[in-house]
Design a protein around this ligand. Structure first.
Ligand code: ADP
Length: 539
């Protein structure tokens, strides 16, 4: 049969064109590395992204070339997202919190031709420069007046670069399968692996992520992505907000409670997104200063399990709805979001909280299943736990430069262990390597951590399995207390009574000043397991 509908490619440039045409005067506000607040509009952003695209063309950047960034959430980073991908090159966002050797590995593996960086990262860039043979020039994301006295021979100034260019640039009509973005997983095991997104996968992800069952964003929203633009594209918010026409507020490098709170109130932020660790900082600041939020109504929390105590605190003390979300670099990143259905509306707050502690239902486009060790599909009964498998148009097929597919029978194995209930709500019980295996049974480290942090004196907790002569492994709690509180080992162990099966109760507790985190804010359990591998549990 003859093709009856238009074949218009799905392109990232269409997002910024749409935002300019329909929300041209909607603001993008940024706290800059230079210290001040910058504001302009989607119209300005598109103009400058086009100037940047022209500049890149004159630098010789071609379709498919990789362009790296080491930058905070800000308007110049936003322009790079659109200018680079829009002209057909690949925006490679690099996580500056990785070890320098990993960063060098990633840049060399990606063969980045240019590297844009915020001034904060100048010392890092200077140290890495001799190890980066593919970089033709480093571009400081600032103006002439703030240009540093740097030990870099091939240094360019962002504002000089773009101000020399015209703003009349026609975004090329690329094939929608052209790669547009590159992100590396943090590589807690082995070398980091690259995930190469395409224009098509990004646009599909954007459509799904803005829907009411997901981010639920519109032109009446003011969005402050706390999740960094170097961490899976700030979960897609720079794209989703352009499609929705939402005002964007970028926090720059200031992610402490006081700075965030000032932006939330000053800019009328309605919606935000980030990992649990940043919210711990904001919540403790707001509580200790006796403050309230006046416009903030919803936050998406993911990246690690959001403790039920945090959901309760946000909702019952501050009236902020929490949407628990799950995803990963390999999924662009959104997989599930936890919103209640009609039938939950009449339930008690407690029953609703129980649903909301789950990681949520698949957003349309993502298919999920759980399987046992032999690959057999397990029932969605909310009890059986198995390896979580996914597929969909924004899920990785193969890692960047990998010959072989990353899939098993067409599905991607997430490395997470989960159950799924009859309504489709998925709950992560562990990462497969974090599960505590005790006497042939599995204990969820996340469940034990959630109980620990629901104790009023506990600030943060990690639970790991330590070797045990009889049971293989038994759970050990590593806890950080809130300032000016006291708690003993026995009191915390007793706190587990009645909250979980007796045999799952941790065997011991160690109190620490702080816990190690990965570059993406997750508890660094590999290090904790190494540190405590010879730990002697009480008999
Ligand atoms: P990394 O590079 O550390 O893998 P990702 O951000 O890609 O970084 O991490 C994805 C992983 O994070 C998931 O596979 C899962 O283990 C964990 N994760 C993400 N969101 C949640 C959540 N809401 N609850 C529990 N774990 C989560």
């Amino acid at each position: 049969m003859q093709q009856s509908m238009m074949q218009r490619p799905l392109l990232i440039s269409a997002l910024i064109e749409f935002a300019e045409a329909n929300h041209g005067d909607t603001e993008i506000v940024s706290r800059r590395v230079e210290g001040d607040i910058h504001r302009y509009t989607y119209r300005d952003a598109n103009r400058r992204a086009k100037q940047l695209a022209n500049a890149l063309k004159h630098l010789g950047v071609k379709v498919g070339d990789r362009v790296g960034t080491l930058a905070w959430n800000g308007y110049r980073h936003f322009e790079i997202y659109y200018g680079v991908s829009g002209m057909g090159a690949i925006t490679h966002t690099i996580n500056p919190r990785l070890f320098p050797e990993q960063i060098a590995y990633i840049i060399n593996h990606a063969e980045d031709g240019y590297l844009f960086f915020d001034l904060t990262f100048l010392p890092l860039v200077e140290a890495l420069a001799p190890k980066l043979p593919t970089i033709k020039a480093f571009i400081a994301m600032t103006d002439r007046g703030h240009m540093p006295d740097a030990k870099l021979s091939n240094l360019l100034c962002y504002e000089d670069l773009i101000s020399a260019e015209a703003a009349d640039f026609e975004w090329p009509p690329l094939d929608e399968n052209t790669p547009s973005g590159l992100c590396y997983t943090s590589g807690t095991t082995g070398n980091p692996k690259g995930v190469l997104y395409t224009h098509r996968s990004t646009i599909y992800h954007t459509y799904a992520a803005m829907s009411p069952e997901a981010f639920c964003l519109s032109s009446r929203d003011v969005v402050l992505p706390v999740v960094p633009m170097f961490h899976v594209n700030a979960w897609g918010t720079p794209y989703i907000c352009a499609a929705a026409g939402a005002k964007l507020v970028f926090p720059g490098p200031a992610l402490d409670g006081a700075s965030l709170y000032a932006l939330f109130e000053g800019e009328g932020v309605t919606m935000s997104a980030g990992v649990p660790t940043v919210w711990m900082g904001l919540l403790s600041y707001v509580k200790s200063s006796n403050l309230k939020f006046s416009t903030f109504k919803e936050t998406v929390i993911g990246g690690s399990a959001c403790p039920p105590a945090m959901i309760k605190s946000f909702e019952h003390e501050f009236g902020v709805n929490v949407v628990h979300a799950w995803g990963m670099t390999e999924m662009s990143p959104l997989g599930t979001m936890c919103r209640l259905k009609l039938k939950h509306q009449t339930m008690s707050a407690e029953q609703q909280d129980a649903v909301k502690a789950r990681q949520g239902r698949a957003i349309f486009g993502v298919e999920m299943k759980i399987v046992d060790d032999e690959g057999r599909t397990l029932p969605n009964d909310g009890k059986a736990a198995g390896d979580l498998m996914v597929r969909g148009p924004w899920v990785v097929d193969r890692y960047f430069k990998d010959e072989k597919s990353a899939l098993v029978d067409g599905w991607f194995a997430t490395g997470d262990v989960a159950n799924i209930d009859a309504d489709g709500y998925m709950q992560i019980t562990d990462r497969s390597k974090d599960v505590i295996k005790s006497g042939g049974e599995w204990i969820s480290s996340i469940d034990l951590e959630n109980i620990a942090v629901s104790h009023p004196s506990v600030f943060e907790a990690a639970v790991i399995g330590v070797p045990h002569p009889k049971w293989d492994e038994r759970p050990l709690v590593l806890a950080v207390l809130k300032p000016n509180t006291t708690l003993t080992r026995d009191e915390l162990i007793k706190f587990y009574d009645g909250k979980i099966a007796k045999w799952m109760v941790p065997d011991d507790v160690v109190f620490l000043d702080k816990l190690p985190h990965t570059a993406t804010g997750k508890l660094l359990k590999t290090q904790l397991r190494e540190d405590y591998k010879n730990f002697k549990l009480p008999a």
